[in-house]
Ligand binder design. Sequence first.
Ligand code: PLP
Length: 383
Amino acid sequence: MIDFDKKINRSENDSRKWSGRMDFFGREDILPMWVADMDIETPDIVVKALKDKADQKIFGYTMENKKYVNSLINWIEKRHGHKLSYDKIAHSPTVVTSLNLLIKILTNEGDKIMIQSPSYPQFINQIKNNGRKIVINEMIQKKERYEIDFIDFEEKAKKSKIFILCNPHNPTGRVWEKEELSKITKICIKYKVKIISDEIHSDLILEGKHLPIASLGKEIEKLVYTCFSSTKTFNLAGIHSSFVVFPTIEDKKHFIRELALIGVHEPNSFCMNMVISAYNEGEEWLEELLDHLRKNVSFAINYINKNIPQIKVEKPEATYLLWLDLRKFGLEDEELKKKLVENGGLALTMGSAFIGSGFARMNIACPRYMLENGLERLKKAFE
Ligand SMILES: Cc1ncc(COP(=O)(O)O)c(C=O)c1O
């Protein structure tokens, strides 16, 4: 049994979440539950892989090791029942790097790109920063969960060059069902809309089953660019490793050429060993982590329902993020943030960053003592 509740200390960890407390929130004593990484140690086998590499004492230019890509192929087949083809997979430092480059490769300035709101902020930023236009398919908030407005989706698909899917969805925690993904694929095939499917959260399924959208048939596979990464799963965001699975080998070559143009050639010295060990030996650890996250989710939701009933929150089906509906307080995001920071001493990501004003996202991937502290601070913020 792994002790996910043990005390952690990230004060010397150079982490955006903890070291950035003063810069981003003006308070050193704030509890940071915003950035989407975990206050949980990565598996010991991954640390060992890093140490083994360090013991080699030479860190010159690297070359991609076949075991690196194969570890992803085996993992995706084992976890999600989908067989990837080696020749169509490329390493990319981060998913955000891939989003940026794929937008550049697949569209021209002024082209329209569809996303769903609320949206992971980097989808919005990468589209805007590349001079493309955002088309928003607003999700519908049903009683229990968010759903897709397919009438609107089809209208918007008609004028969009690509659609960026978040599968599963950050920040709502939706795990898309087969029927929903099938409807998306039908519409995208009909209007020849390419899909960038960001599946970085696909291993963090709390309820249901993840379906890679490219696994839904040969026709859709030709339109889909899937981003996978081990970094959310095993808390490795700082090591810079991710993958893109392309529809064709030519697409992959094009992407690699573009990466090389900005000087990114091969994976760094450490990430390959770490990812290989995480994917090849980390499954048991992940199952225990998921158990811990499920317990944290239940604890947090019970606490909020009982102690802060003005806040509405649904159980996420995936991720370690709670999407808190704060609209009952009737405040603008700036005022909500002020209350959270000044009264509560709590750092959350405010909804406006997601095109979701009136909401805030809370990261509950932490030991229980920290979660309890965070929930007390949340309560205090609105007392
Ligand atoms: C949906 C989604 N995509 C991408 C990322 C970032 O991935 P990377 O660190 O590989 O750029 C995140 C991080 O929160 C995310 O939630």
